[in-house]
Design a protein around this ligand. Structure first.
Ligand code: FMN
Length: 456
């Protein structure tokens, strides 16, 4: 265990990282004299409005946006990932369970997992909620906030199961309710959790702009516009030509909010074209990522049977992903067939179809079952992005973390008990925080006198 430096604790009693940080933070005000001009404030690894700019994001997708898909997307370049919509009531009574080996966090309902995540995706993970009630939305958000970085309100789903309860696209015609949910979420969430919304276009541009103005005024950090109206189907071309005016309108409001384009983007390269066409700050991809979750890379995996599917299945198996969900996601892959000719493709499909689980019937497809290696590779790629340590300007100070931001909220369980054997992701980030504090002269660097490298 990492120990506080001797100067803080003369008896060298071992302290937890959390306590070390708490002491460091509380000492800060005593040991440093205030400078005459307010210094730029420090930001430690959580999302701000800026993180919604210049990005390509994975869209929320029920079923298809499962945990392995999101990790794949992150590995291959997605800047942020939205999870599938989950209705507020569904999460309220779920039981939070942490897998001690993989670190996977599941919120389990009576018969199945309602929501599954992993700490490695937390800095990039936006939880999408379906709601038609501000109180329920807030309760649901509080239930899962320790495992997410942002919460997004679904205001665009046109499916009857969503709209009949006043959720999804039904909110587009009930802007009072829509905005009251966003306002309630913003008020209830700590500053380090962003609140965003995803809408569709309204039939008239004028009504769309009015709605956008109200949403931006609720304090959201970003707004995604799916460039289709409620009555349009996915096969109808997205009305991207309407977006530029919306982007300019939001920019004129001067709140620094990103407008995220959604609709018909095919991948990393195409996102550039769409941004140029629309002026959007970022682009969000759904179906192209469902077909190939590596489409965020300039060099996506293109050989379905050789690279994409085996790696996905191995990862899903390691993470304990539900088999039928895995099978569904793999069956959506539509990249090229390079190595496998027609006959082999047929055999491949049949083997996948016949498999009842992650069993030996799949051996020929996936190669050796080393999903752990696939996972480690993903962890390495994501961790190489490093923490989002930045200096904040004064007008961004609303985003300064409420201290200390990586601590588990009160009355909740720590996602990774020290003995869990789960990957050392949070420990590593806590160490980075210590290094950060050290840089500012607040605490001595770990590894110095009395300190040891953290171990599991
Ligand atoms: C399988 C699937 C599931 C979806 N689930 C959601 C959802 O949970 N929440 C949501 O806001 N949109 C959902 N959508 C809509 C997408 O997020 C996106 O708005 C739409 O597909 C347009 O983007 P695209 O043209 O890139 O596919 C879903 C789309 C698909 C294909």
């Amino acid at each position: 265990m990492l120990r506080a430096s001797a100067s803080f604790h003369p008896r060298s009693k071992p302290l937890s990282l959390v306590n070390t940080l708490r002491i460091a933070m509380s000492r800060r005000s005593h040991t440093r004299s205030p400078s005459p001009r307010a210094p730029k404030r420090s930001k430690i690894d959580h999302l701000t409005k800026e993180d919604f700019k210049n990005g390509v994001f994975l869209a929320p997708m029920v079923r298809s946006g499962a945990l392995p898909t999101r990790l794949f997307a992150l590995k291959h370049g997605a800047n942020l990932v939205w999870g599938p919509e989950i209705v507020d009531k569904a999460i309220l009574h779920a039981e939070r369970v942490v897998d001690p080996v993989t670190g996977v966090v599941s919120y389990n309902g009576k018969s199945k997992a309602i929501f599954t995540t992993h700490p490695i995706e937390k800095p990039y993970y936006i939880f999408q909620i379906g709601s038609a009630d501000p109180d329920l939305a807030v309760q649901a958000a509080r239930t899962i906030m320790q495992d997410i970085s942002g919460i997004d309100l679904n205001c665009g789903c046109p499916k009857p199961f969503s709209t009949h309860a006043g959720m999804g696209a039904a909110l587009l015609t009930n802007p009072d309710l829509l905005c009251s949910i966003l306002t309630a979420l913003r008020a209830a969430m700590p500053p380090e959790i962003t609140v965003t919304a995803k809408i569709r276009l309204l039939p008239s541009q004028e009504d769309t702009l009015k709605l956008v103005e109200r949403i931006v005024n609720t304090g959201v950090s970003a707004l995604t516009v799916h460039c289709r109206t409620r009555s349009m189907r996915d096969k109808d071309a997205a009305l991207v030509g309407r977006l530029r005016e919306i982007v300019e309108f939001v920019e004129k409001m001067g709140k620094g909010i990103a407008v995220i384009e959604n609709g018909d983007c095919t991948g990393a390269e195409d996102a550039k074209r769409i941004r140029e066409l629309t002026g959007a700050h970022s682009v969000m991809i759904a179906r192209a990522a469902e077909s190939n979750p590596s489409c965020f890379s300039p060099k996506p995996l293109i050989d379905v049977e050789k690279t994409l599917s085996p790696a996905y299945i191995r990862l899903a198996q390691y993470l304990g992903n539900n088999w039928s969900l895995t099978k569904f996601c793999v069956s959506q892959f539509k990249a090229q067939h390079i190595t496998f000719g027609k006959t082999l493709q047929k055999q491949y499909r049949e083997a996948l179809h016949a498999a009842k689980g992650f069993d030996s019937a799949l051996d020929e497809l996936v190669g050796s079952w080393t999903g752990e290696e696939d996972f480690k590779e993903i962890v390495q790629v994501i961790e190489a992005r490093g923490p989002r340590l930045r200096l904040l300007d004064d007008d961004e100070s609303e985003y300064a973390p409420s201290p200390p931001m990586l601590f588990t909220p009160p009355d909740t369980t720590n996602p990774e008990p020290p003995s869990s054997g789960a990957p050392l992701i949070l420990l590593r980030r806590l160490r980075l925080q210590l290094l950060f504090l050290h840089r500012f002269g607040i605490v001595q660097q770990c590894g110095e006198e009395g300190g040891k490298e953290p171990t599991s």
